[in-house]
Write a protein that binds this ligand. Structure first.
Ligand code: KIV
Ligand code: NA
Length: 257
C-alpha cells in the first residue's frame, strides 16, 4: 500500500519515526523503496549530487520533473516528494501554482516541498493546499538562501529561535502536511516537534524530530564533501574505485573477458 500524507500524521501520533532519504534516479529509488523507506524526496540537492553544480541554485523545474519521473518509476510504496527549485515559486502565488501544478500533473509525485517561512511563503502554502497540492515545508538552513545564510547552523540566538519557531507554526496553519527542519539546534527542533501536530523531519536537527532525512549519497559514502551532520553508513566511493581499478587492470592484461 502506498504511504499517504495521512499515514505520516498518524505515525507522529504513534511515535513511529518516519524514515526519509533522497533519490535522483530509478535505481536508487527502487533500492530505497524496497528497503521500506517511507518518504523519498527528490531533493534539489540532485544539482550537486547528480549534476555536479556547487549549489542547488542552478537546478531547473524541467530537471526536477525529469528526475522525479525516473524516481517514481522505481517506487511502489513510499510517498514521493519533489522539491520546487530556486525561483520557480518565490515570485508570487501564481508562479508557485504553475510550477507545483506542473510537477503534480506530469509526474507521480504525491507532494511538493518548498523552502522558507516568510509571510509571502505562508500565503503560497495556503493557496497550493487550497488547490489540492500537498506541501512539505522546509525551515532552518534553507540551501536556496545560501548566498545570505551560508551553510551555518541556524537558530543559535534567541531571536532566530523565536523566528523559526513561529515560521513552523505559521506553515502548519497554512496547511503544510510536514516540515523539514534543517541544521538547527536540537533544543529548538524538539520544541517545534512538541508544538506541531504535523510531523517534523530533521536533518542535522537532533534526534527528537518525528523523522529523519539524509541525502542518500552522503549516507552511502558517494559524496566528495560531507555536511557535518551526515553519517556515512557505507563507503561506495571506495567500492566503486576498487571495482573500476580491477576491471581496468583486467582489460589491460587481457584477463577480461
Ligand atoms: O534537497 C534536499 O536533498 C533536501 C533535503 C536535504 C531535505 O532538501
Ligand atoms: Na532541497
Amino acid at each position: 500500500m502506498k504511504v499517504t500524507i495521512q499515514n505520516l500524521q498518524q505515525w507522529k501520533g504513534e511515535k513511529r519515526p518516519i524514515v526519509s532519504l533522497t533519490a535522483w534516479d530509478y535505481a536508487i529509488a527502487q533500492l530505497l523503496d524496497s528497503a521500506g523507506v517511507d518518504l523519498i524526496l527528490v531533493g534539489d540537492s540532485l544539482g550537486m549530487v547528480a549534476l555536479g553544480h556547487s549549489s542547488t541554485l542552478p537546478v531547473t523545474l524541467e530537471e526536477m520533473i525529469h528526475h522525479t519521473k525516473a524516481v517514481c518509476r522505481g517506487v511502489n510504496r513510499a510517498l514521493v516528494v519533489c522539491d520546487l527549485p530556486f525561483l520557480t515559486y518565490q515570485r508570487d502565488v501564481s508562479q508557485a501554482i504553475e510550477s507545483a501544478g506542473k510537477i503534480i500533473k506530469e509526474t507521480n509525485a504525491g507532494a511538493v516541498k518548498l523552502e522558507g517561512g516568510y509571510p509571502a511563503m505562508i500565503n503560497t502554502v495556503t493557496r497550493l493546499t487550497e488547490v489540492g497540492i500537498p506541501v512539505m515545508a522546509h525551515v532552518g538552513l534553507t540551501p536556496q538562501s545560501v548566498r545570505i545564510l551560508g551553510y551555518k547552523k541556524q537558530g543559535k540566538t534567541p531571536e532566530q529561535q523565536e523566528k523559526i519557531f513561529h515560521q513552523a507554526i505559521a506553515l502548519q496553519e497554512a496547511g503544510a502536511f510536514a516540515i523539514v527542519l534543517e541544521h538547527i539546534t536540537a533544543d529548538l527542533a524538539q520544541k517545534i516537534t512538541k508544538e506541531l501536530t504535523i510531523p517534523t523531519i530533521g536533518i542535522g536537527a537532533g534526534n527528537s524530530c518525528d523523522g529523519q532525512v539524509l541525502v542518500t549519497s552522503d549516507l552511502l559514502g558517494l559524496s566528495d564533501k560531507l555536511p557535518p551532520f551526515a553519517k556515512p553508513y557505507a563507503n561506495l566511493r571506495e567500492t566503486i574505485l576498487t571495482s573500476v581499478n580491477y576491471f581496468a587492470e583486467d582489460v589491460r592484461n587481457r584477463r577480461f573477458p
